[in-house]
Design a protein around this ligand. Structure first.
Ligand code: C2O
Ligand code: CU
Length: 491
């Protein structure tokens, strides 16, 4: 039965929360009857000067997720989501983007180190019918990055309609490593989104939960509902991306088997870490390698969050906050995978000793450090080449996370303690439940551009849209910030 309950919760000052506790999800009873769709690897060509060129077209369409009925969607080069871009460290890449939507948008390269004018933040708008051709040289370790729109005030809507895709980077070291690496076979992109349908149509409404944004009542992977994937290798690498707009997941398996965490947002860990759960808030990635037994079926599940001494998402959204995300069906005979290497990547994030300076960021839904985002206000000016420590605090009574453009950082401390394994690699986004303070170390390698800001923000997209975002520029020593322009382009 569906009924609306009004409950007052004494969270962070006694807001009045409304929730609809209609359906309870059916963990353990989910029928996985759709083969997982694997985003195609984007075609590219190499120019005379060696530049790898990709083409992306933002387009409106419709997709039949189930029931033979269709819902309007957006996608890159298709109806929903986008192809997987892939490039190597050292390569120059160019992406030729065309916006065939009837709204202006942008394309941001989440996790990528690149010049501010190429970043695809809210200053690099592409008008309807317009185009944009950013290029840059990839100079960072092998990693699982992603791309999505970033128009100020409308990011939640644009991502939710389907504009997102993966951007994988490789390097010499990762090419040699004995990790599963057959794309779509034993190395699977896993783009997780929560959704809600009203009949066949997407229901993107979140009036009841405005405080955290949209929370759906079921999940899909790569745009597939109730997905299964057949696997033929003993070890399966899952590149988990939380592309949801507000929901945090706590991934694991029903039998609590352990798996190896091999990578975080910005690339491979130095050593694999044995884990039973890995938590990802919106925008975060984790690469895990899991062992399957011949002939078995197992399920990647998201378990209820235990922050706030209970599941905050359950309180906000109803349901039991558990999701059966993806079924893995192992073949009766499996190809041997060998062991996971003991040494993986090399961390290139600074250790935070002797920082040039420290900064402090207080997260509130109303803004960061007491200010809501303004397109023409630069909030922070950093010197090219400087290592800084950023201390980020959430005591706002609700969950937030924190993402910084252009850099990967090291988590030095979580509430004064050493970080847990999933926060020991290179990160660009971290989850901060209320009551959390984190100290991060990052180096700003430029190039300097006093007029074009990068963003830092909460990646709960409704919060970001509402102004939980700030801007920083990278300048040469002694230079001051200019007036935000974002760089003109041919759009
Ligand atoms: Cu994934 Cu500023 O965003
Ligand atoms: Cu937030």
């Amino acid at each position: 039965g569906s009924f609306v309950t009004v409950v007052a919760l004494a969270i962070g000052g006694g807001f009045l929360w409304l929730w609809n506790d209609a359906e309870v999800s059916t963990v353990g009873e989910e029928q996985f009857d759709n083969e997982l769709s694997i985003p195609p690897l984007a075609k590219s060509r190499v120019d005379k000067d060696g530049t790898r060129v990709f083409d992306l077209r933002m387009q409106a369409g419709e997709k039949e997720f189930e029931d033979g009925r269709k819902t309007p969607t957006w996608g890159f080069n298709g109806d929903y989501l986008g192809p997987t871009l892939r490039a190597e460290r050292g390569e120059k890449v160019r992406v030729r983007i065309r916006n065939d939507l009837d709204e202006a948008s942008t394309v941001h390269w989440h996790g990528m180190h690149l010049p501010a004018k190429m970043d695809g933040g809210p200053h690099q708008m592409i008008k309807p019918g317009g185009s944009w051709r950013p290029d840059w040289t990839v100079n960072q370790p092998a990693s699982t990055l992603w791309y999505h729109p970033h128009p100020h005030g409308a990011t939640e809507k644009h991502v939710q309609r389907g504009l997102a895709g993966m951007f994988l980077l490789d390097d010499k070291r990762s090419a040699r490593l004995k990790l599963p690496k057959k794309y779509g076979v034993d190395d699977l992109p896993v783009i997780v989104q929560d959704v809600k349908f009203d009949g066949a149509k997407f229901d993107h409404g979140h009036e009841m939960m405005r405080n955290v944004g949209f929370l759906g009542d079921r999940t899909m992977v790569n745009g597939t509902l109730r997905p299964y994937q057949e696997v033929g290798d003993e070890l399966v690498r899952l590149r988990l991306l939380n592309a949801s707009t507000a929901r945090t997941y706590d991934f694991g398996f029903p039998d609590d088997r352990s798996f190896s965490l091999v990578g975080t947002d910005g690339g491979l860990l130095e050593q694999p870490a044995r884990m039973e759960r890995v938590q990802l808030s919106p925008g975060e990635r984790a690469e895990i390698v899991v062992r399957v037994e011949p002939g078995e079926k197992t399920v990647l599940r998201s378990f209820p969050q235990d922050n706030y001494g209970g599941s905050w998402q359950q309180r906000f959204s109803g349901g039991d906050d558990s999701f059966d995300v993806l079924e893995l069906r192992a073949a009766k005979q499996l190809r041997a995978s060998g062991d996971i290497p003991w040494r993986l990547g090399e961390l290139e994030v600074p250790d935070g000793k002797n920082p040039a300076r420290g900064r402090f960021f207080d997260l509130k839904q109303s803004g960061i450090n007491g200010r809501a985002m303004e397109m023409d206000r630069i909030d922070e000016t950093v010197t090219r080449g400087a290592t800084e420590t950023w201390t980020v605090r959430n005591n706002n009574g609700m969950p937030h996370n924190f993402h910084v453009h252009d850099v990967q950082f090291r988590v030095l401390k979580v509430n004064g303690e050493a970080p847990p394994p999933e926060l020991r690699g290179a990160k660009d986004t971290v989850f901060l439940p209320s009551g959390t303070t984190m100290k991060l170390a990052m180096r700003f390698d430029g190039p300097a551009d006093p007029d074009t800001p990068y963003m830092y923000h909460c990646h709960l997209l409704a919060h970001e849209d509402d102004g939980m975002m700030g801007q920083f520029v990278v300048v040469e020593r002694g230079q001051s910030a200019g007036a935000p322009s974002g760089g003109r382009h041919d759009g």
